[in-house]
Design a protein around this ligand. Structure first.
Ligand code: GDG
Length: 460
């Protein structure tokens, strides 16, 4: 297809191709197709430049727009992470709103729209990522931009009934209907999004599953994000994990890996572990939960609170159940290097994901991809993670019911090899079929095939 691919994401790797599934996928998509990757960069200046900064990258261009300390506070920590993140993760009680946050969010998105409009050529396709940029297409349309603009939301689509908690929520429909294609992680998200359109007096659902609002038609489809399977497989070396872990004889390992975020259900996870310890039969082996939870968004109060809660609960459980030669919970509040992470996944008998709300959850897929096919571990997966839709062969649990999760841990630890293998084969097939390259291709093909909007009819 003619025209450049222009990708917008808040985070952009500036040194080298970067690591992590999404970053690698976008890098590959741009290397294959050429184009521009645009992301944010902090500046010490009081005023952000109105021009992009160009960075060296082989095969495509990397451009950054500046965020001042005020932008960072209002657009990023404020509106994006203290309003939109809790809203989309069904935690309206944690919304911490100040008018200046909404101002900052609009200011940064409008500035970016102006800068982008300056460089767009008629055939370019724009692919916008995530909740930091809900209004970007709307602001581009106001400037007369007629290009195809697609959106992918990595986190759950907000419930219609929660949306009124969003200040100026009436404009939300203008924001999202300005995109030609809205990509979501799951069918469940698609249903929530279409329901939102259906509930609006001026919107209409069309038979092909798209939504019409005013003169614009927006396709809404799910594209479950995947991982780079080979990278996980190559790194997964259980010997490396054993050397680092030093577990006791016969001691089993349960692993959890998450940014320290309230949406990941970490407190429930510790309580589930407590429940397992409490009900553990005398013949059941010892197991240790290795919880890796690197710090995240610590300037936001809700994140500092969850950290305190984790420390308290870990101390309580270990205080009650530790033995001289066994500490049931190992809580690591720092990032672990990627190769070691893959090795730990492989060594772990159980992968434990207990999110209370989660767009997809890549850890579930990474855990499966890292297993030894001859002796695979068992994935225990929250029904509230997007991944549950694609991974019915995991032990699917309700993370709010900590006793149920505790029982699932016990079931996973006792599961016979044949059943583990059978479940693993099905899970791995899905993880391999719909990997990160499949995801990029599927989305970009759909964007290319999107019916041309009235507002973009001059393109055709
Ligand atoms: C958002 C959505 C959606 C974690 N700790 C370490 C580490 N990680 C890596 C994991 C995984 C990634 O971070 C986390 O991905 P998730 O998908 O679990 O969660 P979010 O960061 O919340 O991502 C989510 C995703 O976007 C993609 O669309 O799935 O639902 O919330 O790759 O391995 N990596 C290393 N050390 C760590 O300590 N190296």
């Amino acid at each position: 297809m003619a025209g450049r691919l222009i990708v917008i994401s808040n985070r952009i790797p500036l040194e080298g191709p970067g690591s992590g599934g999404l970053v690698v996928a976008l890098h590959e998509a741009l290397t294959d197709r050429g184009g521009i990757w645009i992301g944010a960069q902090e500046t010490d200046a009081d005023t952000a430049s109105e021009k992009f900064t160009r960075h060296e990258a082989p095969g495509y261009e990397k451009l950054t727009f500046e965020l001042t300390a005020k932008d960072q506070e209002e657009y990023y920590l404020g509106f994006s992470n203290s309003v939109l993140w809790p809203l989309c993760h069904r935690r309206t009680d944690l919304i911490d709103f100040e008018s200046r946050y909404a101002d900052g969010y609009e200011r940064v998105n409008r500035r970016l729209a102006h800068m982008l409009a300056e460089i767009l050529e008629p055939e370019d396709r724009v692919w916008v990522h995530d909740y930091h940029f809900f209004p970007l297409a709307c602001f581009l349309r106001e400037l007369g931009v007629k290009n195809r603009v697609g959106y992918f939301l990595h986190i759950p689509f907000p419930n219609g009934s929660d949306l009124p908690a969003l200040p100026h929520h009436e404009t939300f429909i203008d924001w999202i209907s300005s995109y030609d294609l809205i990509g979501l992680q799951t069918q469940r998200d698609v249903a929530v999004c279409l329901e939102f359109f259906r509930g609006h007096p001026k919107a209409e659902l069309l038979l092909d599953g798209s939504a019409k609002y005013g003169s614009r038609t927006t396709q809404v489809r799910s594209f479950p994000i995947g991982i780079d399977v080979d990278v996980m497989l190559q790194a997964a070396d259980a010997r490396r994990a054993d050397a680092t872990l030093r577990l006791g004889d016969g001691e089993r390992l349960i692993i959890g890996v998450d940014r320290l975020d309230y949406s990941k259900g970490l407190v429930n996870r510790l309580k589930a572990m407590e429940s397992w310890l409490q009900h553990r039969e005398p013949d059941e082996p010892r197991a240790t939960l290795l919880q890796i939870a690197p710090p995240s968004r610590e300037k936001v109060l809700a994140y500092r609170e969850i950290r305190d809660e984790m420390e308290l609960l870990t101390g309580k459980i270990n205080g009650e159940y530790s033995e001289i030669d066994w500490t049931p919970v190992r809580y690591i509040h720092k990032p672990v290097e990627r190769e070691l992470l893959a090795a730990l996944y492989r060594r772990a008998d159980v992968g434990l994901v207990t999110s209370l709300a989660d767009g997809m959850n890549l850890v579930a897929k990474e855990y499966v991809a890292s297993q030894d096919p001859e002796d695979p571990g068992v994935l225990v997966l929250s029904n509230f993670a997007g991944a549950a839709e694609q991974m019915p062969d995991a032990l699917i649990v309700n993370p709010y019911d900590v006793d149920e999760v505790g029982e699932a841990i016990s079931q996973a630890l006792r599961m016979p090899l044949d059943e583990r293998k059978a479940r693993y084969r099905e899970l791995m097939r899905g993880v391999q079929e719909q990997d990160i390259r499949w995801w990029t291709r599927a989305y970009l093909d759909a964007l290319a095939r999107c019916p041309v909007n009235l507002a973009t009819e001059t393109e055709g």
